[in-house]
Design a protein around this ligand. Structure first.
Ligand SMILES: [Zn+2]
Length: 137
């Protein structure tokens, strides 16, 4: 939770830890607070006594095991660009008319946009060609 204002004395409140039930003292800058489903309320402001209890309040404790980056990398490794491309193409095939109509409407509602897009694409192609030439020569 963010500290809204720097004051010398913060209101101190006695609360119950949402995980272990211990009585704790909190101030406005207590970091372990979040909305959880509690006492029949979907979103109830709940305080926790420690980082451990705060982490335990999440259903997926794994989010806090410090291995998020590892999992992200694994997910990236398991990606199949070939499969993704095929899926993209299949979608375009299936929605060809729809996409064409959408593009037409976009051109109609934004005059000059397609010209700008073309100019951009032309400039990009030119730069890529120049770079390739510079690298070759
Ligand atoms: Zn606790």
């Amino acid at each position: 939770m963010s500290v809204r204002r720097q004051t010398a004395n913060r209101l101190t409140l006695f609360r119950t830890c949402g995980t272990c039930g211990k009585q704790i003292v909190t101030t406005a800058d207590t970091p372990w607070v979040r909305q959880v489903e509690r006492d029949g309320k979907r979103q109830a402001t709940t305080y926790f006594c420690s980082e451990g209890c705060f982490a335990a309040s999440y259903k997926h404790i794994g989010w806090f095991d410090g291995k998020a980056e590892e999992r992200r990398k694994l997910k990236d490794r398991n990606r199949d660009p070939e499969k993704e491309r095929a899926r993209h193409q299949a979608y375009q095939q299936a929605h060809r008319e729809e996409l064409r109509e959408k593009a037409r409407l976009r051109r109609l509602t934004n005059p000059g946009l397609s010209a700008a897009d073309s100019a951009y694409a032309r400039r990009k192609r030119k730069l890529i060609a120049e770079e390739a030439q510079a690298n070759a020569g």
